[in-house]
Design a protein around this ligand. Sequence first.
Ligand SMILES: NC(=O)c1ccc[n+]([C@@H]2O[C@H](COP(=O)([O-])OP(=O)(O)OC[C@H]3O[C@@H](n4cnc5c(N)ncnc54)[C@H](O)[C@@H]3O)[C@@H](O)[C@H]2O)c1
Length: 349
Amino acid sequence: MSFDKVGFGIIGTGAVAAAHAMAITNSEFANLVAVYDVVPERAREFAAKYNAVAVDSFEEFLKVPGLEAVTVATPSGFHHDPVVAAAKAGKHILCEKPLDITLEKIDDMIRVCQEQQVLLAAIFQSRFKGAVVEIRKAIDEGRFGKLVSVSAKQLWFRDESYYKSASWRGTWAVDGGGALMNQGSHTVDLLLYLGGEIKKVCGHTANFVHDIEVEDTAFARMDYVNGASGTLEVSTACQPGFPVTIEITGTKGSAIMKADTLARWCFAEERPEDEEIRNKYAEGSKTSGGASAAMDFDYRGHMLHVDNLARAIRNGEELILSGKDGRLAVEFIQAVYTSSRSGMPVILR
Ligand SMILES: NC(=O)c1ccc[n+]([C@@H]2O[C@H](COP(=O)([O-])OP(=O)(O)OC[C@H]3O[C@@H](n4cnc5c(N)ncnc54)[C@H](O)[C@@H]3O)[C@@H](O)[C@H]2O)c1
């Protein structure tokens, strides 16, 4: 059955925009129509590479014929304004993580998109990893029994040149924090996706090596609404950078995901397919998944987000990650910062 492809535009043609261009141009459900950047030469160079049109003025960009959805890939603290302007121009939105850096701005984005009746989809492409999908399915089927612990480590490394590569990186004003808000938000989303909403968190942040005003390391201990507990360690100070590890333990089973492999997959009630799953996820992908370098991941996760939004626009498919889902990660991260500053736990639910 032929699909009437959705016309996408990209706002902000920096590092992550390349993954979006690859995602859109390789999607069966989308076309890349136009791109815009506050630095017009950057957009022109980018457009030439991906066979798209670069538009110098934001107002004109929003009027390009056939533009139905926009990907917002501007620095984290600059998501709100383009999202709101595009929504008011009737465009559906796919917004990079984190949705923005304050709950006030995120709430305004959600409100405007609702009022304008456009879709707001958030990005956390790690949800599409096969191992995550398997773990989530096993949780939904009750295979872990009662969840006891849902924990994660994301001990990555970024060198000084990463933080110097753009003036917004490692700033409170535009990055909204450091290792936790930027890199760690992916893992925070996975903890929320797998463990459910968090009731209470104690946080501690520190800066070990980087010349930045924000944290390069964050620790948290949390209690989930469902009764489980967990810990989170996130860093960009740990050379040479290690794969993200997620550990789920319940009264009837336990799983450990390391990058995109399953290092443990054990249940009190073993099923015939379990051996197949262990074999399937024994070996990981060729990229570091971002552990050692910012853009060392492939674009397929982004493409699944593009596909989902395009099908949501045309066929009413449910969004995998709505604005409200994306908000949860920022709410948790802000709570870790508040707790770290005050030395007190923060109650979220
Ligand atoms: N999903 C992921 O895995 C992933 C990976 C990297 C970055 N990101 C996110 O993507 C966003 C961008 O990160 P990046 O590393 O690509 O940043 P970047 O600095 O490389 O690129 C940002 C671009 O946006 C442009 N820009 C700034 N303000 C703008 C505006 N108002 N309108 C249009 N263009 C504007 C800049 O000129 C720049 O070209 C951040 O929110 C980051 O957290 C996500």
